[in-house]
Design a protein around this ligand. Structure first.
Ligand code: AMP
Length: 284
C-alpha cells in the first residue's frame, strides 16, 4: 500500500494506473475509520483494480463554531485498516497541500445545499463540493463511493458531477449500523455512556416512521410528528429537524406519492447526529 500526501505524486501514480488500463475507485473519508467506511472500501474493491482512500479532515466544510479541532483522528490505525482491506493508495494531504496560498475558487450546488442539514450548516455542502471536486481531479477515479448515511451529500454530489461533467460514476452504499441500530459515525466517539444509550432514539424513531410508511402512511407531517414525539421523549436528546423530502429535488413532501428521503438530525450535548431512510411507495 502506498501512502502519499502530495497532490502531484498522487496524480502521477493514479495517472500511471489509468494509462495502464487499470480502473480506480475512490473512497473519500475524514478518517477515524469504522465499519461504515470499510463497507465503502469493500464495494470499491469489488468493482475496481485499484482503490484509493483519501483521509482529510476538510476545514472548509466546518462552520466557525463546529468541531474541526475536536474531530477524532488516528492516522496509524486508519492506515492499518486500509492495508488490511487491500487499499492500493491512501491519499492523506495536509491542509496546506490541499488549499494552496491564494486559493480563491468556490464550488457549490445551490438549492439542494440549503435544505435539511444545510439550513443549520450553511457553508457545509459548499466545502464538501469543493473538496470532492479537488479529490476527483487529484485521484482521477472511474467510480467514487459514498454512504447513504449522508444522503443529502450524495444527492448534491450527483448534481455536481452532472453539472461539471466529471467523468466518473458515483456509487451509493447502504448505512452500516451498530447492533442496536445506531448508524456508525466517527462522531459517536464523542458520546458519554448515557448519551450513547440515548442515541438509539434517532434510529428507533426513524424505524418507527419507516414502519408507518410500510403500513400505508403517506402523510409527511404525521411522520415528522411521530419522529419529533419519540425524540422528545428522550430527555438527553434535542431534535434539530425531521423532514420528509422528495429524492428528486429535496423539496418538502406533504403526501408521499413517489420516492422520499426521511431525514433527521439531533443533538446529544455537543454532539450532532444524523440518520435517514429512503422510502419508495409500491406502484399500485
Ligand atoms: P466521513 O469520514 O464521516 O466524512 O464519511 C466518509 C464516507 O463514509 C461518507 O461517504 C459517508 O457517508 C460514509 N459513511 C459514514 N458513516 C457511514 C455508515 N454508518 N454507513 C455507511 N457509510 C458511512
Amino acid at each position: 500500500m502506498e501512502t502519499l500526501s502530495g497532490v502531484a505524486a498522487t496524480q502521477e501514480l493514479v495517472g500511471q494506473w489509468r494509462r495502464g488500463g487499470l480502473s480506480v475507485g475512490l473512497v473519500p473519508t475524514m478518517g477515524y475509520l469504522h465499519q461504515g467506511h470499510v463497507s465503502l472500501i469493500e464495494a470499491a474493491r469489488a468493482e475496481n483494480d485499484k482503490v484509493v482512500v483519501s483521509i482529510f479532515v476538510n476545514p472548509t466544510q466546518f462552520g466557525p463554531n463546529e468541531d474541526l479541532e475536536a474531530y477524532p483522528r488516528d492516522k496509524e490505525r486508519d492506515l492499518k485498516i486500509c492495508e488490511r482491506e487491500g487499499v492500493a493508495l491512501v491519499f492523506a494531504p495536509t491542509v496546506e497541500e490541499m488549499y494552496i496560498q491564494g486559493a480563491a475558487t468556490k464550488v457549490g450546488v445551490t438549492g439542494l445545499s440549503e435544505v435539511l442539514c444545510g439550513r443549520f450548516r450553511p457553508i457545509h455542502f459548499n466545502g464538501v463540493c469543493l473538496v470532492c471536486s479537488k479529490l476527483f481531479n487529484i485521484t482521477k477515479p472511474n467510480k467514487a463511493y459514498f454512504g447513504l448515511k449522508d444522503a443529502q451529500q450524495f444527492f448534491i454530489l450527483e448534481r455536481l458531477v452532472k453539472d461539471l461533467n466529471f467523468d466518473l460514476e458515483l456509487v451509493s452504499c447502504p448505512i452500516v449500523r451498530e447492533p442496536d441500530g445506531l448508524a456508525l459515525s466517527s462522531r459517536n466517539a464523542y458520546l458519554s455512556p448515557d448519551q450513547r444509550k440515548a442515541a438509539t432514539v434517532l434510529s428507533r424513531a426513524l424505524k418507527a416512521a419507516k414502519n408507518e410508511c410500510e403500513k400505508g402512511q403517506r402523510d409527511g407531517q404525521a411522520l415528522t410528528k411521530l419522529i419529533a414525539e419519540m425524540v422528545g421523549a428522550e430527555p438527553l436528546a434535542r431534535l434539530e429537524y425531521a423532514e420528509v423530502v422528495s429524492t428528486e429535488n429535496l423539496s418538502q413532501v406533504t403526501t408521499i406519492t413517489s420516492s422520499v428521503l426521511v431525514a433527521a438530525a439531533l443533538w446529544l450535548g455537543k454532539t450532532r447526529l444524523i440518520d435517514n431512510f429512503i422510502f419508495s411507495p409500491p406502484v399500485s
